[in-house]
Design a protein around this ligand. Structure first.
Ligand code: 2AM
Ligand code: CA
Length: 259
């Protein structure tokens, strides 16, 4: 039997520890660096956090496997920890507060639980399959916004945006042309968590990795949201593009994104 409660407890503790460590670096050491030196420091924090999380997980559960943004895949165990040690790295590097640590756990290829920790606001988003989503212990629910003109959407652009990958320009312009409100925060994990919390009504992005979405996708669905790919295919964290919504606005977003 899988002890999901103990997996989630360890994920929570590690996300908090890694998040606080990175926040401390951002508040202290990064204050005295020039921007060009800062990017090396950021890379160090990304790598340090991932190694810290991986070592702790595999020490406690040696039979589990691990997939991280910095170090790739380790092992083939049925229980797979999917980790983004800092999601929103560019924000982190520029001294902005919008970034987080994301840890999702799959069992046999299905998301079982996950946490997203934002140390700047001390916000811990968490979910376990079938048991709901929580923010600092309070149950989360997506918004009930029906009217697109009253909705707040969020998106993100990948690092190769200059090449207009996957019609990114056309999709974004389609939202703007309808006069819709769209934000771009720079952390896909927080974008998903904020749709789960009802802060945003919908999120879409074209080129993401499993570690950006593993925890957030489960938190979103456990908060009552809907998640698919651009073509309305059944969602997989390995599928790159994503539409996540409060459910009510999902068909509207699917239609707009058909460009
Ligand atoms: P990062 O901060 O960990 O790099 C911004 O649009 C969001 O997309 C962030 O969550 C960022 O993660 C992620 N991201 C941007 N380009 C990406 C890429 N090519 N592959 C995977 N994730 C990407
Ligand atoms: Ca990321």
């Amino acid at each position: 039997m899988h002890d999901i409660t103990s997996y989630l407890a360890l994920a929570t503790q590690l996300a908090r520890d890694a998040g606080r460590y990175a926040l401390n670096v951002q508040k202290t050491e990064m204050q005295v660096q020039t921007k060009s030196n800062m990017f090396d420091l950021v890379t160090d924090v990304d790598k340090y956090n991932e190694e810290f999380i991986r070592n702790a997980v595999l020490a406690r559960f040696p039979e589990h496997s691990f997939l991280g943004e910095e170090s790739g895949t380790h092992g083939e165990g049925e229980v797979k920890w999917i980790v983004d040690p800092i999601d929103g790295t560019v924000n982190f590097a520029h001294g902005l507060p919008i970034w987080c640590v994301s840890i999702g756990i799959e069992i046999g290829g299905s998301l079982a639980c996950g946490v997203i920790y934002d140390p700047g606001r001390d916000e811990l988003f968490s979910a376990a399959k079938g048991a709901g989503a929580y923010l600092n212990g309070t149950r989360l629910s997506v918004s009930n916004t029906i009217e697109p003109s009253r909705a707040l959407f969020v998106t993100g652009f990948s690092y190769n945006i200059a090449e207009n990958p996957d019609k990114s320009y056309e999709r974004f312009v389609a939202f703007l042309k309808r006069g819709l409100l769209v934000r771009r925060l720079g952390s896909a994990a927080l974008d998903l968590a904020y749709v789960a919390a009802g802060r945003f009504d919908g999120f879409y992005e074209g080129n993401l990795a499993a570690w950006d979405m593993a925890a957030g996708a489960l938190i979103l669905t456990e908060a009552g949201g809907r998640i698919t790919h651009y073509d309305n295919r059944e969602y997989s964290i390995y599928g790159k593009n994503v539409i996540a919504s409060n459910g009510v606005l999902h068909d509207f977003m699917l239609e707009i994104l058909t460009v």
